[in-house]
Design a protein around this ligand. Structure first.
Ligand code: SF4
Length: 373
């Protein structure tokens, strides 16, 4: 009989002991119940010495300097570079994951970069980044690490951005969002059946997070839905999703529709056609997302972007601002399959060796790559 793996890690904060002797992790609605030496579904957390530990604390799978619009966040520090980083593992099992090499990574040798919270903040400052994004894999599973980085960032005037599927328990949610300034939440679909079949999760838990952000958190947030041909792109489903956003969150929450590309366990599907994206945008507008707030008007800049998109046929965005020209109030955006800046994890995947933290102050001089967020 083989000895169980010894799990080294940072003490986790959200767990409790069960009557049957197991320990339950309370970070996310999976509530993994673990015996000594076992890891949870996310692989980042496990039970060692009668407590839950986070095994990925202080180690990163790579860094990128991205434009913040790539998160996507179109209305938070627009036009600024953001230092993005992630670890390994994920608490949802997306069969269509567009970052599967990291999120499904179960080998800690993927985490080649030792990165203390202070190191990450220094890297953000050195690259001219205004914010740090917790992304690539879901930051829910690295909560204690993300919070320590966020605290260090705040001390140096750097903002914090979380890119997440929103699958998190209420108590952990309070702590995480207490240190975040902005969020992009992936709303994968609008049926429980989709979440159960393709993510082994629950839609209801994600909607709770969105309502929490609307009602209680001091966090700017936007929503992204990846439209997958034949799975979540019907007019009926897009209509229900848009209506829910309008009625439960209000007209000031940007809603993005993005294009799927074949990947991971769904490599047999076609890419999302541009027509599907523009149809979704039109549906969202039709349910009143844009015109439902009296006195709002389209900005000249947004009109120009629509015209440009119509010419290129590649992307389009519609946004609204208040008459006083204040913060954007509503945006429905569609994007072509994303392009991005190169990053250390892709250099490594291509055999490029260790991480490169090189980047320009404005993030514009890096080469094009294929990161997804
Ligand atoms: S964070 Fe990981 S270990 Fe904890 S409940 Fe979620 S999947 Fe399980």
């Amino acid at each position: 009989m083989t000895e169980p793996e010894r799990l080294e890690g940072f003490p986790g904060r959200y767990w409790h002991r069960l009557e049957d002797g197991r320990i339950q992790c309370d970070i996310c609605p999976r509530y993994c119940r673990l015996n000594e030496g076992q890891r949870g579904l996310c692989f980042a957390r496990g039970r060692q010495d009668d407590r839950i530990v986070l095994t990925t604390y202080g180690r990163s799978s790579g860094f990128c300097v991205d434009p913040i619009e790539k998160k996507p966040l179109n209305h938070y520090l627009p036009g600024t570079p953001v230092l993005s980083f992630g670890t390994a593992g994920c608490n949802l099992t997306f069969k269509f994951c567009q970052n599967w090499d990291i999120s499904k990574g179960r080998e800690l040798d993927r985490l080649q970069d030792a990165a203390s919270p202070e190191d990450i903040v220094e890297a953000a400052i050195a690259t001219g980044s205004r914010s740090i994004a917790y992304t690539y894999n879901d930051p829910v599973i690295l909560l204690e690490y993300a919070v320590d980085v966020a605290k260090a960032a705040r001390r140096r005037g750097i903002k914090n951005v979380v890119v997440t599927a929103g699958y998190i328990d209420a108590a952990a949610r309070e702590e995480l969002y207490g240190f975040m300034d902005a969020a992009n939440v992936d709303l994968k679909a609008f049926t429980e059946e989709f979440y159960k079949r393709l993510c082994t999760g629950r839609l209801g838990a994600v909607l709770e997070t969105l309502e929490y952000l609307r009602q209680r958190a001091k966090v700017w947030f936007e929503i992204t839905t990846l439209l997958i041909p034949g799975h979540n792109d019907s007019s009926e489903e897009v209509t229900k999703l848009s209506e829910w956003v309008m009625t439960r969150l209000g007209p000031d929450v940007p809603l993005h529709f993005t294009a799927f590309h074949p990947d991971y366990k769904m490599s047999d599907l076609p890419r999302t056609p541009a027509f599907t994206l523009t149809t979704a945008r039109d549906i969202a507008r039709k349910v009143g997302c844009i015109s439902s707030t009296p006195g709002m008007s389209m900005t000249r800049a947004v009109k120009a972007r629509i015209a440009l998109a119509a010419v290129s046929g590649s992307s389009a965005e519609i946004g609204m601002t208040s008459p006083a020209g204040g913060s954007p109030r509503m945006a429905v955006a569609v994007f072509a399959p994303p392009q991005s800046l190169s990053c250390s994890r892709h250099a490594r995947a291509a055999g490029g060796g260790g991480a490169s933290r090189s980047g320009s102050a404005d993030g514009n001089s890096l080469e094009r790559g294929s990161c997804q967020r």
